[in-house]
Design a protein. Structure first.
Length: 153
């Protein structure tokens, strides 16, 4: 075995490693970094002259192992300061009922931040009349789920 045949797999794995790292830096989506880890282990195996099929299998095992074992933890910590956008930022805010909210009739609209939204009550047996101040507790599709503010009850 000559030196050239040793370095071909090493070069391929190094190129894959660099491509994965660059892709991760561009997207910052925690998608390719796990495969960079697998490529790093494959580089080491290639330098130790393990057979190419072993390198490939270990690459996939390490990459998928990193993906499934550490991604949920990383996403939790990297996204903790993420600013909520659009509809999800409405949860926890107060809204004014501008059209009776009645789940049995399938009607209801609230106004929040100058915008009108379709709404449902959190309790099917509780209708909210016009003018009620309500707390947004969730979002279901395109409808806000609201409940009457405590001090009004």
């Amino acid at each position: 075995m000559n030196v050239t045949s040793l370095f071909q797999p090493v070069i391929v794995w190094l190129l894959l490693l660099v491509v994965c790292i660059i892709a991760e830096l561009i997207t910052m989506g925690l998608t390719t970094i796990w495969f960079a880890g697998g490529a790093l282990v494959a580089v080491i195996l290639a330098m130790l002259r393990f057979p190419i099929p072993v390198q490939i299998v270990v690459f996939f095992i390490v990459s998928l192992g990193l993906l499934f074992s550490t991604r949920p933890i990383a996403v939790k910590y990297f996204n903790k300061d993420r600013i909520k956008t659009n509809a999800e930022s409405l949860v926890g805010r107060q809204a004014i009922v501008v059209s009776d909210v009645d789940n049995l009739k399938g009607i209801g609209r609230v106004q929040i931040g100058g915008q009108e939204w379709s709404a449902r009550s959190s309790a099917d047996d509780r209708a909210l009349p016009v003018g009620t101040v309500a707390n947004v507790i969730a979002i279901d599709g395109v409808k806000l789920i609201v409940e009457e503010k405590e001090e009004q009850r």
